[in-house]
Every structure is written in structure tokens, then in C-alpha cells.
Design a protein around this ligand. Structure first.
Ligand code: AMP
Length: 300
């Protein structure tokens, strides 16, 4: 099997200078899965409430995403709402309601336990750990998180960080986690917590990938009109890990560099529309065209 992801499947209410979308499909696992599915099979582990529209589940299934680990529990679906001003690099969370996630206890099927590539998407770090505990022999574990968990569940997060290969954080989160203002120093501090590779997402400025051996800077694909940046980070992760999961040896430096470019390419579709609308419509030809364009942009 390909990539196993645990994370949020949500109903998001987002407001940007271009308009607003109430109760739209969102969640870290949703964006990740649709992006990663361009490259590899994906299985979701998550929970939604009885109010979650069936057509969203059908949407995942139509993309051949394995939803057998997506539980429907009594109660309301996870909800998040946020607002962006004219500077799309900073957002304000207005509300986070865990709802059915508060009591969720994931139990992996025998097949899911054999996953080799695992994405611990943004969700409670104890849930991330509960999934990891059940995976028998993972070859690559990537973790993402958010200010909400860095502030509210720091200890559990630091414990889980000690068990992963790659961590993804945005610039604000890496500063919050380490107390270091300087990004390279902050990344070193994160590596001291365990993960040998740190990727710092910098919104429209792309992503910076750091290990003890090498550094790589992936530019963001330049978009003329950003409509809603929600999910860009999770989409980056989907492009990045989905690509690596499709390769024979993810540890090759050249593959890691290409994976980061696929991450920013996939994220460029997400930000062009609300929810998953544009990401879901992206074709393999469009993805390849943006990949080649980015390559031309940075070759000199
Ligand atoms: P991103 O813009 O990539 O950071 O991800 C935004 C997505 O994360 C939204 O679709 C939200 O539903 C989801 N999200 C926001 N806050 C949380 C949280 N505390 N835990 C899990 N998922 C969240």
C-alpha cells in the first residue's frame, strides 16, 4: 500500500478578501490525500460526525482514496474557521471545534498496519502517536502540526516529534516551538528534538528544507491571484510525500529535491480557489507543466 494519513477531515468556514465559504470541505487529511493521490495510493484514518455530507465521502472514493479508516461517529464533524486579510501569509483562527475528534480512538486494520509511508497530518499529537504505535514497520514518517497544538499540547507533540523522520512547520510555528527567531537556528533546534529533516513552509516564499547534510530552497509557483491559502501546507505535504512514496528510494537527495518542488506545485493549485475546488480539478498535464516551469525559473 502507499501512504497512510491520520489528520483532520473538516468543515471549514473561511473568509478572505475574495469572499467566504461556509462549511466547506477541509481538514489536513483531506488536502493531503487528494494531493498525494496524484502519485501513490492513499488511505485515510480520521473521524467525521453524522452531519458530514455523504457527497464528500463519495468525492474521496471517486478519487480512489481508501476511506475504510474514515469512521462516522455520533456527534458533529470537526470545524475550523479562519480569516485572511490582504496579506495572505498571516491568518487569524476564529474558532476550532474538535467535536468527534475529542473522543476518537483510531484502530488500524491489518492492512493499514503494514503501511510503509505514514503522514501524521495536523491533529492532536496523541492521536498521531496512537496511529504510529500501530504501524508495524514504517520506512518514512512525516509529521505536520499547527500553533493550536504547539501551544496547547506541547509535551505530547515533542514526544511524537522524537519518532519521525521529517517535520513540516511554517515559519511562525517553528519560531513558536523553539523560541528562536532565526529560521536556520530554529530548524537546528527542531533536529535536536529528533527529526533529521525539517521543512519550513514560508507561504508565497516557498519552502526551505534543511538536514545536517544539505539544504534546499523550493520556490512557490508564482500565482497571480490567490483566493484562499487554506490547506496549502497540507497540500505541499501531499505532493511531497506522495511523490517520495512512489519512488524506489526516498533517501536519494535528488528525489527529495524533486518532491519539494512537487509539493509547491500542488499547493499552487489549492490557493487558486476555496476549499479543494481547484486542487481536485488539477490534471497530470497541468502538474507537469508547472513542474517544468519552476525548473526553468530556477536554472541559471
Ligand atoms: P493549512 O492551511 O495547510 O495549515 O491547513 C488548514 C486546514 O487545517 C484546514 O482545512 C482546517 O480544517 C485544518 N485545521 C485547522 N486547525 C486544526 C487543528 N487544530 N487540528 C487539525 N486540523 C486543523
Amino acid at each position: 500500500m502507499g501512504v497512510l494519513v491520520v489528520g483532520s477531515v473538516a468543515l471549514d468556514s473561511v473568509k478572505t478578501p475574495f469572499g467566504e465559504a461556509p462549511d466547506a470541505l477541509g481538514g489536513s487529511a483531506s488536502y493531503f490525500s487528494v494531493a498525494a493521490r496524484h502519485f501513490a495510493p492513499v488511505a485515510m484514518v480520521a473521524v467525521v460526525g453524522e452531519d458530514f455530507p455523504q457527497h464528500h465521502i463519495d468525492f474521496f472514493r471517486a478519487r480512489d482514496i481508501d476511506t475504510s479508516g474514515l469512521e462516522v461517529a455520533p456527534g458533529r464533524t470537526f470545524r475550523w474557521s479562519g480569516e485572511y486579510g490582504h496579506d495572505f501569509n498571516t491568518r487569524r483562527t476564529l474558532d476550532t471545534q474538535l467535536n468527534v475528534f475529542a473522543a476518537f480512538q483510531p484502530r488500524l486494520s491489518a492492512q493499514h498496519r503494514r503501511a510503509r509511508h505514514v503522514f501524521l497530518a495536523n491533529i492532536h499529537p496523541e492521536l498521531q502517536a496512537a496511529v504510529l504505535d500501530q504501524v508495524e514497520r514504517p520506512d518514512l514518517v512525516v509529521l505536520d502540526t499547527m500553533n493550536f497544538w504547539i501551544q496547547g499540547s506541547r509535551e505530547a507533540l515533542v514526544d511524537t516529534l522524537g519518532r519521525v523522520d521529517i517535520v513540516l512547520l511554517n515559519d511562525e510555528e517553528v519560531r513558536m516551538l523553539t523560541g528562536e527567531a532565526h529560521l536556520v537556528r530554529a530548524a537546528r533546534r527542531v533536529m535536536e528534538m529528533g527529526p533529521p529533516m525539517v521543512i519550513i513552509k514560508k507561504g508565497e516564499h516557498g519552502a526551505l528544507l534543511l538536514t545536517r547534510e544539505f539544504a534546499f530552497s523550493a520556490p512557490a509557483y508564482p500565482i497571480e491571484e490567490i483566493h484562499d491559502p487554506t490547506g496549502a501546507g497540507d497540500t505541499f505535504a501531499g505532493g511531497f510525500l506522495g511523490y517520495l512514496a512512489s519512488r524506489p528510494d526516498w533517501r536519494e537527495e535528488a528525489e527529495i529535491r524533486r518532491a519539494a518542488i512537487y509539493g509547491t506545485v500542488l499547493a499552487s493549485f489549492t490557493v487558486e480557489a476555496f476549499s479543494l475546488d481547484r486542487l481536485a480539478a488539477a490534471t497530470p498535464e497541468e502538474i507537469q507543466a508547472r513542474f517544468q516551469e519552476l525548473r526553468r525559473m530556477v536554472t541559471f
